[in-house]
Design a binder for this molecule. Structure first.
Ligand SMILES: NC(=O)c1ccc[n+]([C@@H]2O[C@H](COP(=O)([O-])OP(=O)(O)OC[C@H]3O[C@@H](n4cnc5c(N)ncnc54)[C@H](O)[C@@H]3O)[C@@H](O)[C@H]2O)c1
Length: 437
């Protein structure tokens, strides 16, 4: 791959469209509005808080990422989206009960102006929800066209020069790729024929790509991770990324598992359970949606520990993941992990992790980073799957046949090296022998 010769400057307003305006999307929007006024800090956002080391350690060069790569400024973001419920972003945020009434009141006026556009929704894919704020169309191809009209109208109305879209919608039921997912042509035929294997999230992704709008998938659904979508993304010059925000338990898993493996400690069992009571939890209470999430959560451990390469350490690992819908907790999820490990001569040990987190507080900064990085990627001329954004995902998308990288710190190194590469800076290998010449 060639280093892009030019990166278009980040001038003009950027539409950030959230497909699904529930807890995560509205917490993201409210947070940016508060941060913009200096009334809150964008904690957890690499683009806003992070720095990047450039050149040798002795040089002490570590600019903020946002300055190094000229990202769009928070002031230039304009929020919009789609939902199956007509509530504006303020009402939806009140309902999600993540942020305090005081915080939401401060930006009430701006949030109330963010009204969702009518959604594309097939209840077969999200069985626990039913909303009336939905589009109707002759075919799925027609729905794609309606979404494209929405995007164009939004850009015109809000005088935006470009857009990005993040799927913040509910988790759809588990699905293997079908024949319509094999090529762009097959998918177009499927849209015209109302192929039941084409889900709502795929219709959004298709419309966005056709409009040249970068797309990221915050849920574990197939959405944009199949050959037809990879092909369209490349041919339309659109960066895509996914899937499933890596926020709580899996974030910890992809930190702890590489540490145990680095020390060659064995693992016999890893039991992960969660309680959460938000709408996401309610949707995941449906076995079809849970299976999509379970698959996404299960994958990381085996790929990190590589039992085939280290049979003595990981061959017999028993890995189980549960999610329990427990309304009293709302968005304040609790994720427990019990790890049965063993050390020298096989002596057993245990590690317990109890992460009392807040789902949407962890996810909101990821939405911001992904919106800004995808906009940057598009301006840098990148298209197709953006593997350097693996850092953000439970199930990172990769080129076909490649094993995804799950180790959080390798992912971060990859992300930063990609930024250095794009800007013509020296890559950092951490070899460091030059200091001893
Ligand atoms: N919060 C986290 O830490 C986290 C981590 C990983 C993944 N996720 C995923 O992010 C997504 C959003 O989470 P959330 O907590 O905001 O959920 P939520 O239930 O609060 O919001 C989802 C919204 O999507 C809407 N929706 C569903 N289908 C739609 C469609 N076809 N078109 C438009 N809107 C649609 C719902 O009406 C709802 O308002 C979920 O899929 C969740 O699994 C969240």
């Amino acid at each position: 791959m060639q280093v892009p010769s030019t990166i278009t400057p980040a001038s003009g307003r950027v539409a950030v469209l959230c497909a699904g305006m529930g807890a995560v999307a509205t917490t993201f929007m409210a947070g940016v509005l508060l941060a913009r006024r200096g009334l809150g800090q964008p904690i957890g956002s690499l683009t806003q808080m992070g720095t990047i080391r450039l050149g040798p350690r002795k040089d002490g060069r570590a600019p903020k990422i946002a300055d190094f790569i000229s990202l769009a400024s928070l002031d230039d973001l304009v929020f919009g989206g789609w939902d199956i419920f007509p509530d504006d972003a303020h009402a939806a945020a009140v309902d999600a009960a993540v942020l305090s009434a005081a915080d939401l009141d401060t930006v009430r006026h701006e949030l109330a102006q963010i009204k969702p556009m009518r959604a594309v929704f097939d209840p077969a894919y999200v069985r626990r929800l039913d909303g009336s704020h939905v589009k109707t169309g002759k075919s799925k191809a027609d729905l794609v066209e309606q979404l494209r009209d929405d995007i164009r109208a939004f850009l015109r109305l809000h005088e935006c020069s470009r857009a990005v879209c993040i799927w913040c919608g509910s988790t759809e039921v588990f699905q293997e790729p079908a024949p319509c997912h094999a090529s762009a042509q097959a998918f177009e035929r499927g849209l015209l024929a109302n192929d039941s294997a084409i889900s709502s999230s795929q219709i959004y992704a298709w419309a966005c790509m056709k409009e040249g709008v970068p797309f990221a998938n915050g849920a574990p659904n197939l959405t944009v991770d199949f050959p037809a979508a990879w092909e369209l993304a490349r041919s339309c010059g659109v960066p895509i990324a996914g899937k499933d925000f890596k926020t709580g338990q899996t974030l910890m898993k992809t930190v702890i598992a590489p540490a145990l493996k680095a020390r060659m400690l064995g693992v016999r069992g890893w039991f992960s359970t969660n309680i959460l009571g938000n709408r996401d939890g309610e949707v995941l209470d449906d076995p079809g949606s849970f299976k999509t999430k379970e698959n996404s959560k299960l994958g990381a451990l085996e790929l990190i520990l590589q039992p085939k390469l280290y049979p003595a350490l990981y061959d017999e690992i028993f890995h189980k993941v549960r999610i329990e819908y427990y309304p009293p907790r709302g968005d304040a999820k609790e994720g427990w992990d019990n790890i049965d490990l063993f050390g020298w001569l096989g002596y057993p040990m245990q590690l317990k992790v109890d992460f009392l987190c807040r789902d949407s507080i962890l996810a909101a900064p990821l939405v911001l980073d992904l919106a800004l990085f995808l906009d940057f990627a598009k301006r840098a001329g990148l298209s197709g799957t953006q593997e350097w954004l693996s850092f953000y995902w439970k199930s990172p998308m990769t080129a076909p046949g490649l094993t995804p990288e799950h180790d959080l710190f390798i992912q971060l190194k990859k992300l930063k090296n990609t930024l250095r590469w794009l800007k013509g800076e020296q890559l950092i290998t951490h070899l460091g022998n030059e200091y001893y010449d």
